[in-house]
Design a protein around this ligand. Structure first.
Ligand code: ATP
Length: 361
């Protein structure tokens, strides 16, 4: 029997509630199957760790997780710690340190979820956004001079490398090719940004030649927001730079009904290092500690984690459980207009995965 080594990093806020819930689902799966087991190791990194140690995670922290099979992450963010410290000190440190260069964000309107688009059928919105996760606007290149003086100047330089663009385009075309519609939209802003984004477009064209069966088009990022709202069915797989995809995927999550549902995977496609899966929502301090957080985004992330491990049946089982739960309004949390608690939703999903396995046995 295969034992997968999983690092859990709850981080801050409701991450401390949804990651243990995700672990419960994985444990329920393992209990009900003879095929695999999990060996979990939990890491208490985040803003509380920062208050004690002055860093969000230890300097040699990457060494502790490098050999894991996958990472389940919660969120990083705290009202008392500046956002750039929580983000760069933990999430980005892991993503960049483990070269998880493809951030993948599936978006669908799940059964029972009332999306905000009036004229959108549930099947019209079925996207995967691929976000370049290692460079671009979040390269961390730049600086400040004359701090605090009237002549202060500050720069954030967006760096795109040919190798970086080639690998994310190849990943996105491959992903589009694996989906039924074989359709890719490349998001750009090459009308205004005349250097890196022009190279981005050129590389897209070059890589497209390796995938003659994939239909693809280009869309300016501003026009893409309107297209997502007005013509959602014309989109399938979408690839964009770090910042563009960051914004588009929050819009996508809102159009699919709630931030609490959306999952993401930070993937190292070459599998040199573990990939990291997390809900896209943040630490949500307003509801923290009350047992009200929607754990569905984490459960969907757990399904992605299982898929990445090659456990496709188990991943399907978790998604079936998630869809059964969202279809039942009595199991909706507050963000979906319901009254259910994190614990109730978790118990329902665990019971479902165990029941399905028992029925199959
Ligand atoms: P951060 O600063 O860490 O990004 P944030 O609180 O500013 O966090 P989010 O957590 O992404 O931003 O979400 C904004 C709001 O959406 C939250 O304040 C919360 O009310 C709601 N929300 C987000 N995720 C969930 C969830 N899983 N369950 C219920 N409500 C949620």
């Amino acid at each position: 029997m295969k034992t997968y080594r999983i690092a859990t990093i709850p981080g801050d806020g409701i991450g401390k509630e949804v990651v243990p819930a995700g672990r419960q689902v994985l444990e329920a799966l393992a209990r009900s199957t003879q095929n695999f087991a999990f060996d979990f190791e939990n890491f208490d990194w985040g803003a509380d760790y920062y208050r004690q140690h002055g860093v969000m995670m230890p300097d040699d922290g990457l060494d502790a997780i490098r050999d894991k099979d996958a990472i389940l992450f919660g969120s990083a963010g705290d009202p008392d710690v500046p956002d750039h410290i929580t983000l760069w000190g933990l999430r980005l440190k892991i993503c960049q340190g483990l070269d998880q260069y493809a951030n993948v964000r599936p978006t669908r309107i799940l059964p029972g979820i009332d999306g905000p688009l009036k004229r959108c059928e549930r099947e019209d919105l079925n996207w995967v956004i691929v976000r370049e996760n290692s460079e671009g606007e979040y390269s961390g290149v730049g600086g400040r001079v004359h701090q605090g003086h009237p002549i202060e100047a500050a720069t954030d330089v967006s760096i795109l490398t040919r190798a970086g663009v080639e690998r994310i385009m190849r990943f996105a075309f491959k992903l589009a090719q694996s989906r039924p519609r074989k359709l890719l939209t490349v998001i750009t802003k090459s009308n205004a940004q005349r250097h890196a984004m022009v190279m981005w477009d050129e590389v897209a064209l070059e890589i497209s030649k390796e995938f003659p069966d994939v239909k693809w088009d280009k869309e300016l990022v501003d026009a893409a927001t309107a297209r997502m709202v007005n013509r959602p069915a014309t989109l399938d797989t979408i690839v964009a730079t770090n910042l563009h995809a960051d914004i588009l995927s929050d819009l996508a999550a809102a159009l699919a009904g709630s931030l609490g549902i959306a999952p993401t995977g930070n993937i190292d496609p070459e599998r040199r290092y573990p990939s990291m899966f997390e809900p896209i929502h943040g630490s949500a301090f307003d509801i923290m500690g009350k047992g009200l957080a929607n754990p569905i985004g984490t459960f969907w992330s757990v399904a992605m984690l299982l898929e990445h491990l090659g456990e496709f049946e188990a991943a399907k089982r978790v998604m079936a459980a998630v869809e059964a739960v969202t279809a039942d309004p009595s199991l909706h949390t507050g963000d979906l207009g319901g009254k259910a608690t994190t614990a109730q939703v978790t118990a329902a999903v665990c019971a479902f995965v165990e029941r399905v396995e028992a029925a199959a046995a």
